[in-house]
Design a protein around this ligand. Structure first.
Ligand SMILES: Cc1cc2nc3c(=O)[nH]c(=O)nc-3n(C[C@H](O)[C@H](O)[C@H](O)COP(=O)(O)O)c2cc1C
Length: 227
C-alpha cells in the first residue's frame, strides 16, 4: 500500500501532503487514520516541534513497517534541528527522500505561507524510482530538549471564549489528552490542534513576551531537499 500520511495542527503540513498526494496519485490520510499494518511507499509530512519529531509521528514510526519512507518536515522558519536524521537513525528507516520546508509559524499571524511547492518535483521523481539515501547529521540546539512542553505553555496563553458550548471536539481530537471543554492541563504542548478543530471558534491563543521576543529573531527561509 502507498499513502501520504500527515500530522498537521495548523494546516501547513496538510497542504504539503495534499500537494504530494495529488502529484503521486496516493491516498492522503490524517495520522489519526493511518494504517499501522504497513506501507510499501509512505510519504510522511509533519511539523518540527521544538526541533523534535512530534510524539504522534514517533508513535506511528514505532509501530509501522515501511519499505520506502519519504519524510517531509515543515518548520516555522526558526530552526529545523535534526529531525530527519533522527528518524533514519532511531527508527532504522529506509529513507528514499526528505525535505525541510519553511512554513507559516503556528504562533505568528500573517507570517507568509509555504513556498511554491513545485520545488518538490525532485522528491516526486525520487519516490517513483526509490533508492536509499544517507541523511547528514545537522546541528540541533542542545537546549531544545529542555522542558519543551513547559516552555511552550509558558510562552503561549491558550484560553476559551464565550463561544464554548462544551461540545468536546477539542478533547476528542487532542493527541495528548491535554484538554477538556476548552481547559488545558499539564500535558498540553500548545500545538494548537484544538484551536483549529473547534467548530465554534471558541479557543484563542496569545504569544507572551518571551515567546514574542524569540519569534522576532532573524528567520531561516530555506528549503532543503534530499534525494
Ligand atoms: C509546539 C510547537 C513547536 C514548534 N517548534 C518549532 C521549532 O522548533 N522550529 C521552527 O522553525 N518552528 C517550530 N514550530 C512551528 C511549526 O513547525 C510550523 O508552524 C509548522 O509548519 C506547523 O505545521 P502544521 O500546520 O502542519 O501543524 C513549532 C510549532 C509548535 C506549535
Amino acid at each position: 500500500m502507498n499513502a501520504v500520511v500527515f500530522y498537521s495542527n495548523t494546516g501547513q503540513s496538510e497542504a504539503v501532503a495534499k500537494y504530494l498526494g495529488e502529484a503521486l496519485g496516493y491516498t492522503v490520510v490524517d495520522i489519526e487514520g493511518a494504517d499501522s499494518g504497513g506501507y510499501e511507499d509512505l510519504v510522511l509530512v509533519f511539523p518540527v516541534h521544538a526541533q523534535n519529531i512530534p510524539r504522534p509521528v514517533r508513535e506511528l514510526l514505532k509501530k509501522t513497517r515501511v519499505k520506502n519512507l519519504t519524510a517531509i518536515a515543515t518548520y516555522g522558519k526558526m530552526c529545523y534541528g535534526n529531525v530527519l536524521y533522527e528518524i533514519q537513525n532511531e527508527f532504522h528507516m529506509n529513507i528514499v527522500a526528505g525535505a525541510y520546508i519553511p512554513a507559516k509559524h503556528a504562533y505568528i499571524d500573517g507570517d507568509g505561507g509555504l513556498p511554491d511547492l513545485s520545488l518538490l518535483t525532485p522528491i516526486i521523481e525520487k519516490i517513483k524510482a526509490p533508492s536509499e539515501i544517507e541523511l547528514p547529521k545537522l546541528y540541533k540546539n542542545p537546549l531544545a530538549d529542555l522542558f519543551p512542553k513547559t516552555r511552550s505553555r509558558l510562552g503561549v496563553k491558550l484560553y476559551k471564549n464565550s463561544n464554548c458550548n462544551g461540545c468536546g471536539a477539542c478533547a476528542e481530537r487532542c493527541h495528548f489528552r491535554a484538554i477538556d471543554s476548552g481547559v488545558t492541563n499539564g500535558r498540553c504542548i500548545r500545538c494548537l490542534r484544538c484551536v483549529k478543530v473547534c467548530p465554534n471558534n471558541a479557543l484563542e491563543f496569545k504569544a507572551r513576551l518571551p515567546m514574542r521576543l524569540y519569534l522576532s529573531k532573524k528567520k531561516v527561509n530555506e528549503t532543503v531537499i534530499y534525494v
